[in-house]
Design a protein around this ligand. Sequence first.
Ligand SMILES: [Zn+2]
Length: 108
Amino acid sequence: MKKCPFCAEDIQDDAIKCKHCGEFLIASQNPRLAEEKVEWYFRKSFIIIALCCVGPLALPLIWWHPQATRAWKIGLTIGILVFSWILFQLSIDAVQSIKAYYQLFDSL
Ligand SMILES: [Zn+2]
């Protein structure tokens, strides 16, 4: 027997759903349980904000995330690296076209 974290009634160890209050006891079925157990820096909203601000530097948050599966970690890592690489190439192109404009002005 163990205690339900929501209503504190005794329930079976293998229980998926509490028979007293009806709450799911596995994290994948109960978002309240999932959100409460992880640290604030592992919340989805914080990871998305971090990725937008610092890009691939926020990848360790995904690697060390206790609930992310290996496939998700690899997929997200590749996706974010490819996306950052495209952004990097685009900014190099932008800098080079600005340089080209300045060279036009110099030659006048
Ligand atoms: Zn309960």
